[in-house]
Design a protein around this ligand. Structure first.
Ligand SMILES: [Zn+2]
Length: 184
């Protein structure tokens, strides 16, 4: 609930959105990466979701100074739009973006998330047995990926660079994921 309430709350108040729609907007807006994550991971295109939410709002009893259906739609779309601070992440391909966002957020198919969140992996531990299969583990330490790692990064490179570096660095990261045969 910490995220951007100071931005969303006044907007909601000004627009006097119906209570049910306000809750939905919260759900969507509260997670900083939610829009992209949802679009790419769950296959829910943002616009469809925005339409859906706006339609739900439109059939509710409208408060006296409520905004129109199309205005609600615009607001929700704006809230769902990716944040405007742009790093090189935005210059990579969509497929690369998906992998990077998954590695950055931990919402991925690596064992810790699949185990704790979905109970789909027997344990959070990596197959190498050394520690949890986190993004940091596979990018920095997993001994079973040493060869692929050296191929892409001949000298040690900080995790920060691998996940948030220049376009060239980000592409190295996705190349590594592909060459290691990992599905994130
Ligand atoms: Zn490992």
């Amino acid at each position: 609930m910490q995220a951007r309430w100071w931005l969303i709350r006044p907007m909601q108040d000004r627009l006097n959105l119906p209570q049910r729609l306000r809750r939905k907007v919260w759900e969507v807006a509260d997670a900083p990466e939610a829009p992209r994550f949802l679009r790419y991971n769950l296959g829910i295109p943002g616009n469809e979701r925005a339409d859906e939410l706006a339609k739900e709002g439109a059939v509710e009893d409208q408060p006296e100074n409520s905004v129109s259906f199309s205005e609600q739609k615009t607001i929700i779309k704006a809230l769902m739009r990716p944040r405007t601070n742009r790093d090189d992440y935005h210059t990579t391909s969509r497929e690369q973006q998906v992998n990077l966002i998954r590695l950055r957020t931990g919402h991925n198919r690596l064992n810790p998330h699949m185990n704790r969140k979905f109970k789909l992996a027997p344990s959070p531990t990596c197959a190498c047995g050394q520690e949890d299969q986190t993004a940091e583990h596979i990018l920095q330490r997993c001994p079973s990926l040493d060869e692929e790692r050296k191929e892409v990064w001949p000298s040690p490179t900080p995790l920060q660079t691998k996940l948030y570096g220049s376009r060239q660095e980000l592409e190295k990261t996705t190349t590594f994921i592909t060459s290691a045969g990992l599905i994130v």
